[in-house]
Design a protein around this ligand. Structure first.
Ligand SMILES: Cc1ncc(C[n+]2csc(CCOP(=O)(O)OP(=O)(O)O)c2C)c(N)n1
Ligand SMILES: CC(=O)[C@@H](O)[C@H](O)COP(=O)(O)O
Ligand SMILES: [Mg+2]
Length: 637
C-alpha cells in the first residue's frame, strides 16, 4: 500500500478545508497512488478518475458538499470522490460482490446525490436540483461534472437548452480530456478542441471586463491571473454562451492555481447558469495509463509497476469478437451492409469491422437515439444497417425503435451485446429488458443466441432478412467453446430446435442458459425424469409447433431466459393459454431474472443467486413435481 500521510488526514471533505492550498498537489499525488493501488486489485474504471483528481479535490475544498450537490456524469470517474467522502476504507471492494459500486449511488452515500452509470444525465438532474432549491428558498450550489464524450449526447443539450432558458443557478463543469472510451468523434468534439486550443480567445482585458460585468465588482483578480496563466481565455460568443450559459475557460484542470480561484468566484458570485470548461488528461499521473490508447478507461487487475493487466486464458472466443468477425465476413460479401456504434467501437467489436470496412462503420458518439434513427434512414434507402448496441444502452432509444423503425417496418438489424448479467458494472448495465421491450412490438423478429455458433447463424440470418426489424442478443464474455462454422447458416424465421429428446420434462431455453439446461437434463435423466431440451432461438415469432409438441408430450414445461418478466416466457404462456394447452394440467414454470435490482457480483454468482443455473433448473423441476428443493431468487416454484 502506498504511503499517504496527507491523505490519511482526510476522511471527509471537511478535513480538506483544513489543508493548506499549497499542500494540495501532494494530496493529489497521494490520492492518485491510493486509487491506482485500489484499482490494481479490483479492476475498474481507472483513467477517468485519474484525470479528475485535482478537480475533485478542488470542488470538495471550495463547495460545501453534501449540502451543495455534486453530480458526476456517468459516475465512472468518481473513485477519488469516494475516497474523499468517507469510503476509503472500502475502496478495495470496488465492483466486488457486496462492495462499493463502481458508480455514484444514492443508497451508498449522502455525498452521491444522484446515481449514474449511463451518460449525459448530470445536467438535467442538476437542473432539477437547482430549481428545487429555488422553489424551496434554499441557498445551494449544484455542480454537474460532465465529460466531453458525455456532452455529445442529445440529452445534455436538452438540459443546457432548458437551463439557459430558466436562468437557473447551475454550475456545469465540462471536463474535457479529448477522449471518450475511444477517441471522440463528431463536430462537437472538434468544436471543443478548437475552444481548448484558444483560437477563439478574447483579449485578457476583455476577460476581466466580462467577468466583472457578469459576476459583479467582487470578481477576484486571481481568476484573471489564473486564466491568463493557463494560456486559455474566457471565450466570446461560444455555443454555450448562445445557450444562455456564462462560459469560463478553458482552464487547466490539473492546476490548483487555476481551479481554486475560478471555483471560489463562481461559488460566491454566480447567479445564472455557468459552464466552466476544464481541460484535463485522461489517465493523468500514471504513466501506463497516459501511454495507453484507451487511457486505461476500464482495466482488469494489473501490476502497478508495469501496468500489465491480468488476462484470463479464454477457453473460447468472446461473443463480441465472434459477432464482429461474422459481420465483417458478411459485409465483405454484401456491400449494402453497414455498421453503427454509439461510442463503443471496442466494446461492440466494431473496431474489428472498421479495420476491414472503414467507410461502412459509423461511430456516432454517445447518441443511441440518433444511432437507431440514423440506421432507420439507411434502411429506408436500401442499406442493411446493423445498429450494434449494448442491451442496457438500447433502452435509451426505445421510442426510436418503436416509432422510427418498427412502425415503418424498416429492416434495421439490432445486434444486442451484454444481454443478461454483466457482473461488476451491476444493475445499471445488466441487459435485462430487451426481449421484453422488443418482443412486444408487432412485426419484430427477436432472436437469442444459445452459443457462439448460433450467433454466427444469427448474424447471417439478420443480414439475409429484409422484411422488417430483427434483433439477436448475446452475453458479455466468452462463448461455450462449440465448433464454429466458417460462415453462419440462414435460420428459418420462427423455428427452434430440439437438442435432446425426452418424455417427461421439457426445458425450453432462449439464449445461453442452454448449456445449463443440458447439464440439468443429465441430473434429471439420472433421477429418472426423462428430459427434452430445446433451444427456442426465437421469442418472436414463436415456434408454435415446437411449443405445442412440448406441451402435449411432457408433464412439466420449463422456460428459461436471461431476461426480466414480460419476455420470452410471457409470450410462451400467452400462447399456451390461448391454445388451451395448460387446461389439461401441464405444469409450466417460467424461469426468468428475479424482479429485483441484482447487485454486482461475478456473472456466474448472479445466475446462481437468480436460480438460473443447473441446480436452479433441477430444483424448479422437482418443485413443479411436488418435491421441495432449495432454489435461488428467480426460480419459480
Ligand atoms: C448512454 C450511455 N452510452 C454509452 C455509455 C458507455 N460509456 C461510458 S463512459 C463513456 C465515455 C465517456 O466519455 P467522457 O464523458 O468524455 O468521460 P471520460 O471517460 O473521458 O472521462 C461511454 C461511451 C454509457 N455509460 N452511457
Ligand atoms: C462506464 C461504462 O458504461 C462503460 O465503460 C462500461 O463499463 C463498459 O462495459 P464493458 O466492460 O462491458 O464494455
Ligand atoms: Mg472525455
Amino acid at each position: 500500500m502506498p504511503a499517504t500521510p496527507l491523505l490519511d488526514k482526510v476522511r471527509y471533505p471537511d478535513d480538506l478545508k483544513k489543508i493548506d492550498d499549497r499542500d494540495l498537489p501532494q494530496l493529489a499525488a497521494e490520492l492518485r497512488a491510493e486509487m491506482v493501488d485500489a484499482v490494481s486489485r479490483t479492476g475498474g474504471h481507472l483513467g477517468a478518475g485519474l484525470g479528475v483528481v485535482e478537480l475533485t479535490i478542488a470542488i470538495h475544498k471550495i463547495f460545501d458538499t453534501p449540502h451543495d450537490r455534486l453530480i458526476f456524469d456517468v459516475g465512472h470517474q468518481c473513485y477519488p470522490h469516494k475516497i474523499l467522502t468517507g469510503r476509503r476504507d472500502r475502496i478495495r471492494t470496488l465492483r466486488q460482490e457486496d462492495g462499493l459500486s463502481g458508480f455514484t449511488r444514492r443508497a451508498e452515500s449522502e455525498y452521491d446525490p444522484f446515481g449514474a452509470a449511463h451518460s449525459s444525465t448530470s445536467i438535467s438532474a442538476g437542473l432539477g436540483m437547482a430549481v428545487a432549491a429555488e422553489l424551496d428558498g434554499k441557498s445551494r450550489n449544484v455542480i454537474a461534472v460532465i465529460g466531453d464524450g458525455a456532452m455529445s449526447a442529445g440529452m445534455a443539450f436538452e438540459a443546457l437548452n432548458n437551463a439557459g432558458a430558466l436562468d437557473a443557478r447551475l454550475i456545469v463543469i465540462l471536463n474535457d480530456n479529448d477522449m471518450s472510451i475511444a477517441p471522440p468523434t463528431g463536430a462537437m468534439s472538434a468544436y471543443l478542441a478548437r475552444l481548448a486550443s484558444g483560437r477563439t480567445y478574447m483579449g485578457i482585458r476583455e476577460v476581466g471586463k466580462k467577468l466583472t460585468a457578469y459576476l459583479g465588482k467582487t470578481v477576484d483578480r486571481a481568476i484573471t491571473r489564473a486564466v491568463e496563466h493557463a494560456r486559455g481565455y474566457v471565450t466570446g460568443g461560444t455555443l454555450f454562451e448562445e445557450m444562455g450559459f456564462y462560459h469560463i475557460g478553458p482552464i487547466d484542470g490539473h492546476s490548483f492555481d487555476h481551479l481554486l480561484p475560478v471555483l471560489r468566484n463562481v461559488r460566491d458570485n454566480a447567479k445564472g447558469p455557468v459552464l466552466i470548461h476544464v481541460v484535463t488528461q485522461k489517465g493523468k499521473g500514471y504513466p501506463p495509463a497516459e501511454a495507453a490508447a484507451d487511457k486505461y478507461h476500464g482495466v482488469n487487475k494489473f501490476d502497478v509497476i508495469t501496468g500489465a493487466q491480468a488476462k484470463a486464458k479464454p477457453n473460447a472466443p468472446a461473443y463480441t469478437s465472434v459477432f464482429a468477425d461474422a459481420l465483417t465476413l458478411e459485409a465483405s460479401l454484401d456491400d449494402k451492409i453497414v455498421a453503427i456504434t454509439a461510442a463503443m467501437p471496442s466494446g461492440t467489436g466494431l473496431d474489428r469491422f472498421a479495420s476491414v470496412h472503414p467507410s461502412r462503420c459509423f461511430d456516432v458518439g454517445i447518441a443511441e437515439q440518433h444511432a437507431v434513427t440514423f440506421a432507420a434512414g439507411l434502411a429506408a434507402e436500401g442499406y442493411k444497417p446493423f445498429a450494434a448496441l449494448y442491451s442496457t444502452f438500447l433502452q435509451r432509444a426505445y421510442d426510436q425503435v418503436v416509432h422510427d423503425v418498427a412502425i415503418q417496418g424498416l429492416p434495421v438489424r439490432f445486434p444486442i451485446d451484454r444481454a443478461g448479467f454483466v457482473g461488476a458494472d451491476g444493475p445499471t448495465h445488466a441487459g435485462s429488458f430487451d426481449t421484453t421491450y422488443l418482443a412486444t412490438l408487432p412485426g419484430f423478429v427477436v432472436m437469442a443466441a444459445a452459443d457462439e455458433a448460433e450467433l454466427k447463424h444469427m448474424v447471417r440470418t439478420a443480414a439475409a432478412y429484409d422484411d422488417g426489424p430483427i434483433s439477436f442478443r448475446y452475453p458479455r464474455g466468452e462463448g461455450v467453446g462449440v465448433e464454429l462454422p466458417e460462415r453462419g447458416e440462414i435460420l428459418e424465421i420462427g423455428k427452434g430446435r430440439v437438442i435432446k429428446q425426452g418424455s417427461k420434462v421439457a426445458l425450453l431455453s432462449f439464449g445461453t442458459r442452454l448449456a445449463d439446461c443440458l447439464l440439468a437434463a443429465e441430473d434429471l435423466d439420472a433421477a429418472g425424469l426423462s428430459t427434452t431440451v430445446a433451444d427456442a432461438r426465437f421469442a418472436k415469432p414463436l415456434d408454435h409447433d415446437l411449443i405445442r409438441q412440448l406441451a402435449r408430450h411432457h408433464e412439466v414445461l420449463i422456460t428459461i431466459e436471461e431476461g426480466a418478466v414480460g419476455g420470452f416466457a410471457s409470450h410462451v404462456l400467452q400462447f399456451l393459454a390461448e391454445e388451451g394447452l395448460i387446461d389439461g394440467g401441464l405444469k409450466v414454470r417460467p424461469m426468468i431474472m428475479p424482479d429485483v435490482w441484482m447487485e454486482q457480483a461475478k456473472p456466474e454468482a448472479m445466475y446462481t443467486r437468480a436460480g438460473l443455473d443447473r441446480a436452479g433448473i433441477v430444483s424448479t423441476v422437482f418443485k413443479a413435481l411436488g418435491q421441495k428443493r432449495g432454489v435461488g431468487l428467480g426460480a419459480a416454484g
